[in-house]
Design a protein around this ligand. Structure first.
Ligand code: 5GP
Ligand code: ZN
Length: 118
């Protein structure tokens, strides 16, 4: 069983902020901003590329509820998912990062020339 399946099953403890029958939101162990939450489905899905539209529709509602609960909805936040090797995904269980609580920078993501043809 993968790390985030264990967190979803409460075999590994986490600081849970919101939960419903399909998803769980908990604080990232290594936050990159004052608020850094992870949203995961309780079922094991490898990443966004493997997610169904039905699951994503439910994720949308859950994330919107979470951001309202956290008071992020009016000031804004960043929602991102790292997908696969080039995306920098480290835990192979679909998760969305919700980052906020401060004014975020738009960072330089690659050492390669962004204008170079792929
Ligand atoms: P990725 O790089 O796969 O998009 O993000 C994985 C995230 O999971 C990282 O931000 C990392 O800090 C977080 N993380 C890894 N292990 C744990 C853990 O055991 N507990 C919590 N709460 N977060 C974790
Ligand atoms: Zn899993």
């Amino acid at each position: 069983m993968c790390l985030f399946c264990k967190i979803a099953n409460k075999e590994i403890s986490s600081n849970i902020e919101l939960e419903n029958e399909d998803f769980i939101a908990f604080h990232d162990i290594n936050p990159i901003a004052p608020i850094h939450l992870l949203v995961i489905p309780k079922v094991h899905v490898e990443n966004f590329q493997k997610a169904s539209p039905k699951l994503m529709a439910k994720a949308t509602s859950f994330i919107q509820e979470l951001t309202i609960k956290m008071g992020l909805d009016s000031d804004g936040y960043r929602l991102l998912t790292n997908n696969g090797e080039n995306g920098g995904q480290e835990v192979m269980h679909l998760h969305f990062h919700i980052v906020g609580g401060t004014r975020l920078k738009w960072v330089h993501l690659s050492d390669n020339n962004p204008k170079a043809a792929i």
